[in-house]
Design a protein around this ligand. Sequence first.
Ligand code: NAD
Ligand code: LMR
Length: 351
Amino acid sequence: NSDIPRTLPMEAIALIFSILLTIVSLLLVVICGASGGIGQPLSLLLKQTDLISHLALFDVVNAPGVAADLSHIDTRSTVSGHGKEDMDEAMRDAHTVVIPAGVPRKPGMTRDDLFNINAGIIRDLAEGVAKNCPDAFVLVISNPVNSTVPIVCEVLKQRGVFNPKKIFGISTLDSVRSSRFVYELDNSIDPQTTRVTVIGGHSGVTIVPVISHIPGQRFTKDQLDVLTHRIQYGGDEVVKAKDGAGSATLSMAYAGAHFTKTILEATVAGKTGLVESTFVNLTADADSTAAFRATTLLDYFAQDVEFGREGVSKILPLPALTAYEQVLLDAAISELRVDVTKGATFAIDNP
Ligand code: NAD
Ligand code: LMR
């Protein structure tokens, strides 16, 4: 019968592939802090991807309720809720653990002011990873990211399960903001497809947007000053507007879901060539970062990373910087050293 198509359309092939993936892989993603301002919309966005077959929501409050609500959404994945005493059950054999657990800022606070509370929370969650899913990809949202990522790494080192290719600080919101704020000055770019590399870290002056690499950009020094300040202090803009009710949650959930899906596409679906700026331990690609580590004395840095099945496939070379960007980078490096050392020291002193 000539009416029967001889080949399957691409959409059908993609659908079959995603169904097979869901059935075969039983891919578990855990959200720690799932009932929170970020956790809930992040879980909602991740409920919509067929790359995940089981979404486990862990929180010290309200997780079963949030899970029951999400579980009525008509996508294939299963959702389970796990309360305070059930961290082990939530994390067991997880493929990926996403961590937006902890307290957010109020007006007048720096991210570092969150350290005293969030450091202990992150250490305990990292212990949970080491015990229940030592091979998992760990994606850290909780602030201060410049210090919480070193805490996770040090805990995993202590437990003998550290793989730097699998631990990420999510700094995607800095790139998302950069694209949006650049677009507000120059709407000839498409903000969704113009990814801005942001190097350094995730707080204040450690956030260094590499605006010079956006094709066709010709900003004046005054425009660059405004743009750079807005990107570095975009978080404060939201904290101030929310006036005591927390920090960025919706834009962060958007950025966090984007980053999580990128990790799953690379590690599960085997998609190649995916690149994002993310805060990593530089030994994930020791050879290509050796010279940078020797000159800066930094073992952690946000930079463009190419992903592969094992997580970090390549930490890309630093982009060529303008003199303006080099000044920003120099300021970032000295502050980053302090933040990283604070996190690593906490984990070493509080095993
Ligand atoms: P929130 O207070 O609304 O939610 C945090 C959730 O974590 C709460 O539901 C709380 O019960 C839970 N929690 C606390 N301790 C826990 C533990 N031990 N185990 C599991 N869950 C626990 O806060 P939020 O607005 O969602 O922000 C969360 C964190 O994300 C903050 O530290 C904030 O600074 C950070 N953040 C980071 C970025 C980024 O770009 N990386 C952006 C925005 C916010
Ligand atoms: C952000 O950049 O919005 C987050 O890091 C939250 C904050 O405290 O600013």
